[in-house]
Write a protein that binds this ligand. Sequence first.
Ligand code: FMN
Length: 672
Amino acid sequence: MGMTNTPTADPVSPGGRAARPAGPASGPVDPSRWLRTYHPRGSAAARLVCFPHAGGAANAFVALSAALPEDVELLAVQYPGRQDRRGEPCAQDLSELAAGVAGALTASPDDRPLFLLGHSMGALVAFETARLLEGHGGPARLFVSAARPPAQDWQEPDLALVGDGELIAGLRRLGGIPEPLLADPEIAAEILRLLRADHRALLRHRCARGTAVAAPVTVLLASADPKNSPAQMADWGGHTTRGHEVVSLSGGHFALLERPAESAVPLTERIRGDLARAEASGAPAPEPLADLVRELMMEGLAGRAPRLTTDLTALEAAAGRVMAPEAFAYVSGTAGSGATGRAGRAAFEALRLVPRMLRGTRRADTSVTLFGQRLPVPVLLAPLAAQQVAHPEGESATVRAAAATGVPMVLSTFASRTLEEVAEAAGGHPRWFQLYLPSDRAVGASLVRRAEASGYGAIVVTVDATHLGFRPAELDSGYSPFLRGTGIANFTSDPVFRAGLPADADATQAVLRWAQISTDPTLTWEDLAWLRGLTRLPLLVKGILHPDDARLALEHGADGVVVSTHGGRQLDGSVSALESLPAVRAAVGSDVPVLMDSGIRTGSDVLKAVALGADAVLYGRPYVYGLGLDGGRGVEHVLRCLLTDLALALALTGCASLADVGPHVLANGDLR
Ligand SMILES: Cc1cc2nc3c(=O)[nH]c(=O)nc-3n(C[C@H](O)[C@H](O)[C@H](O)COP(=O)(O)O)c2cc1C
């Protein structure tokens, strides 16, 4: 069978509707132009996005689409410059194509697992697309057909120097284009125009050795492909962190497309196998450190600006412009004169990191082990109460974004969603529960039981807010989310709490009861020992600033401490958390987990905290500003910025992993 890909034929647009005419060549590209669905399979379990070869078009994949089973839906990529997109210029660069496809895929969210398949030059575009998609969960697998690894010299001639006749003869030898098309002078001229344009982009493409995707790679290599040999395929292994395999097809360079029934077999086997494994082991781990910088640059090239600023210190001002004034005052507010809040930031800004050069660190390892659990980054989301003040989806949106970026969330006792709802939204993603011990201990015990039953991995008991700080911003607006019913979901859903109310209690009675029992100013260290006896989960004490309190926490059963000023919301004029950190670390020794928060905004801040003894940090207000600005997508954006910044900060200080970070990365006035 000859290949039915014709560069001039009218393609089928998504869903079989007529193709839309090409739009203007400049400005943002309409994402719907990039993908064609020849056989819509709405109930398919997986999507396979296919990238054509140089000179090819989306309809190269019509036959393969038909050959695939009902559980796989094929989406064929249409590059600009051909068929219904003929009015647009061909791409100058393969990265432009990847940015377009990645943009189209992320613009129309679809939960079904994504697989990418690129043929010949299309394999490189698929590889670049996979890299761009990693921050969005990434593809489950990358299939590459008839293509050498991206960092290898493809030894392609410059087609600008090859005459038309010679080029047509070469195409005949390679196969794949039906003879009647090559014999038609008009069609042949169009084929050569596209081939030369795509080929220019291919020659321009550069990829460094070791540039890797987090998806496994399946290489499809035809037995009689004159352009590629098995030996040349080995280097694909260096372009994936999840392993590669080579599968043999019979036929020539275009075997994938010429023998669709045969090609569909290994594709279907791999796709079904990956889906079954993902189901058996829960969702695949997300790639937390996607190449955000590159992605944003590519987006810029396609005319799209980020929806939110990447300046994490500017989020507060941006949120202040869109959040309801009282909600913004609640989140941003600090105690008294704000001195502790300012001191928190000033402490970070006063420290200087010392960059180190030529350490050969491609990407630093940011993972850390806490209580036997490996985390991809030394960052968890700090417990921030009542997140529905920022967005109607509140903590559910937050935890989904946390899961997408690999960051565990610490859920507040005073969440606006129940801990069970948040557990469900989190899927299998790790999360901890922050406990304010209520004066009604039976309610406290019930909360701990529910957290255990819902799979929370640790209890963080907060001890610095048994008296609420004096917070002028909240007081001036007379605003408490809790008294308006937001942030008490864990109580109104609690059977023990409800048992303390009359059967016909209304919302006001529930709020009043909550106000009576939700905190306890009489707490002592003995209560911590009581809590210790209640649960076998790791127990951390949050709000420690004095080394003696850290020792007392351990003596009364804590497994770890969180050094914190509560974001400057409690004692005005207190020491900053960063100032206290070294003394607390010294007091508890090197084996006890020490976390810290209050004032962390950037990746460099995280690095400074780790340098002074923190195992990990809790990230606070900025993610709630992201939530207020753009819901879960805003939280994800903020976290991706932070994690990218952290990975870069590690690399720029010459650290290959977090284990390499210590006080030596900080300037101490004497660099000798
Ligand atoms: C609006 C808001 C609500 C908070 N709610 C809680 C809470 O419910 N439990 C808790 O332990 N800490 C709470 N905190 C403190 C945070 O966990 C964290 O210590 C603090 O936000 C760190 O400061 P930063 O956000 O300025 O970095 C809250 C902080 C803010 C700003």
